[in-house]
Design a protein around this ligand. Structure first.
Ligand code: CA
Length: 525
């Protein structure tokens, strides 16, 4: 493998030497890579995507000085599976990580392993969530499982260590430390910075609690009757069912009955679980925490809210905490960018910002992800790399997390023998307006009936304009949306649409299932 890659590298160099002057790529041959990924960050909570909820100047900077991908999507909208797709460039049914009950087979090929083989220093800090030990990294320092928001316990190359502080800041500190003290000066590096935030249960840092509670607008489709959408009707991720203790941060001593089940889980231990999270905090942390949340709790119990008043109060509580977690991500990404700039490494580093998927911020009345609807199917994607990407670039082509690994290979001119299932985004990064997925993009979600939130298994195809979804397993239900006419996906037109259109989309769906070798799905078509 090593000799094959070395030979390929020489061939690429020879090929480059023949390039005419006007097409010479100004990029350094081996740029550094910083891949920043948050967990559950909705595009609707980033100002560069037009959010009316929050200002994210540091995240926006990556896109403003680089490229904003407006139509970036995930193959399977849940944490572990998305991470496995990023690493392998293969769909879940081939990399073996279909849902969060799976364990990642770390022996398979991943892009960090190839980079390491090519002489890159590879590192990952923060959330890993693939259960197996990270492979292909010179340095790894990762949270255990979902990780904690305060004083996280992390595993540093096999050694378990307790850290003091707010986790988004702790992970950033570890990234800065890696840049300053671990990465050899004579090596290019690939540093993956994976935040826990803004994953449930949305515990903000003190500096953002100091901003206080705000009132946010309800999404237009907050109240949804789920007409013609039985899977949407039968989920268990409605804001009305959020937990009063761990989600809403009410005084657990006064929460006599928890609301919601989160799906398959028994909710009787939720308050106890919340107490464990609270107990992680130091006395000083508990002091500012209680000073913020106890008055909210007291007011809530005095008010005795019911019906719409109660669910809208829950929405406000949820969004207030979620956005404060985002603000910390934004501050810390700013620290990382400033640090790179001070080191003179900013412009020769390819910086990527994304999330493992999107999230619902009250659309359809929901939180969480999983569905192939836009809010959780879509994800932020920003890139900054001045030698290739012109500042202020915007892209509206369909792209996927599946494309990342082959994009790394293409940008670094690495010839690999891997059967990547995605496409290189380098032409788009250079400003070409080209569909890398001209027949549409394919999705497949598996975590049902086990796991959280009761979102039924489904697969589907999304084209530039239409989205066709098939829910299967204990249901056989098709949905079709015209994304131009109905961007909120409230009107399932499967039964009423032109049959030729339906037939054409079904044929494209089968074509993609064949192309991606998802034979298992084809039996349900
Ligand atoms: Ca996630």
């Amino acid at each position: 493998m090593r000799s094959l890659l070395a030979l390929a590298g020489i061939m690429v160099l020879l090929a480059c030497s023949k390039t005419s002057p006007e097409t010479v790529d100004q990029s350094p041959a081996r740029p550094n890579i910083i891949f920043i990924m948050t967990d559950d960050h909705a595009k609707n909570a980033m100002s560069i995507y037009g959010s009316k909820l929050v200002n994210t100047p540091n995240l926006d900077r990556i896109g403003q000085e680089g490229m904003v991908f407006h139509r970036s999507y995930v193959t399977n909208s849940i944490c572990g599976p998305s991470r496995a797709v990023f690493l392998t460039g293969k769909y879940s049914h081939l990399n073996g990580f279909r849902d969060n009950s799976d364990q990642f087979d770390g022996s398979q090929m991943t892009y960090p392993k190839i980079l390491q083989d090519q002489g890159y220093y590879t590192a990952v800090v923060g959330k890993w969530h693939l259960k197996s030990v990270p492979q292909g990294f010179d340095y790894w320092n990762v949270l255990i499982g979902q990780g904690d928001y305060y004083n996280p316990t992390m595993v540093n190359m096999g050694d378990t260590l307790d850290h003091r502080g707010y986790t988004t800041t702790v992970i950033t500190d570890l990234a800065l430390e890696a840049l300053d003290t671990k990465i050899p000066a004579d090596k290019p590096f690939c540093l993956m910075v994976h935040h826990k935030a803004p994953h449930r249960n949305w515990m903000p840092d003190s500096v953002h609690l100091a901003l206080g509670e705000q009132t946010y607008p309800l999404p237009d489709n907050f109240y949804d009757n789920y007409e013609n959408r039985p899977a949407a009707a039968q989920q268990d991720q409605s804001i009305s069912g959020m937990f009063m203790s761990s989600d809403m941060k009410l005084d657990p001593a006064r929460v006599t009955v928890e609301t919601g089940t989160g799906g398959a889980q028994d909710n009787s231990n939720i308050a106890r679980g919340w107490q464990t999270l609270y107990d992680r905090m130091t006395p000083a942390q508990k002091e500012y925490w209680d000073a913020y949340y106890m008055p909210i709790s007291d007011q809530f119990f005095d008010a005795d809210l019911q019906g719409k008043e109660l669910v809208e109060w829950k929405y406000q509580r949820y969004i207030n905490d979620y956005l404060k977690c985002i603000m910390s991500v934004d501050d810390n990404v700013g620290r990382l960018l400033d640090h790179l700039q001070q080191k003179g490494e900013l412009d020769n580093t390819w910086i990527i910002y994304t999330s493992d998927q999107g999230f619902y911020l009250g659309e359809h009345g929901w939180y969480d992800k999983r569905f192939m609807y836009e809010e959780s199917f879509g994800m932020p994607l920003l890139m900054r790399y001045p030698p290739v990407i012109a500042p202020g670039s915007e892209n509206h082509n369909l792209v996927m997390n599946l494309d990342f690994a082959p994009t790394v290979m293409d940008l670094l001119n690495i010839e690999s023998d891997q059967p990547w299932q995605g496409q290189s985004l380098v032409p788009l990064m250079k400003g070409e307006n080209r569909e890398v997925h001209p027949d549409g993009i394919y999705y497949h979600y598996y975590e049902y009936p086990h796991g959280w939130h009761k979102v039924k298994r489904h697969y589907g195809i999304s084209t530039d304009r239409y989205k066709l979804i098939h829910f299967y397993n204990d249901i056989d239900h098709w949905e079709l949306y015209d994304l131009q006419q109905d961007p909120g996906e409230m009107n399932n037109i499967y039964e009423t649409a032109n049959r030729e259109l339906v037939q054409e989309l079904k044929e494209k769906l089968v074509q993609l299932q064949n192309q991606y070798r998802d034979e298992q799905a084809m039996q349900y078509n």
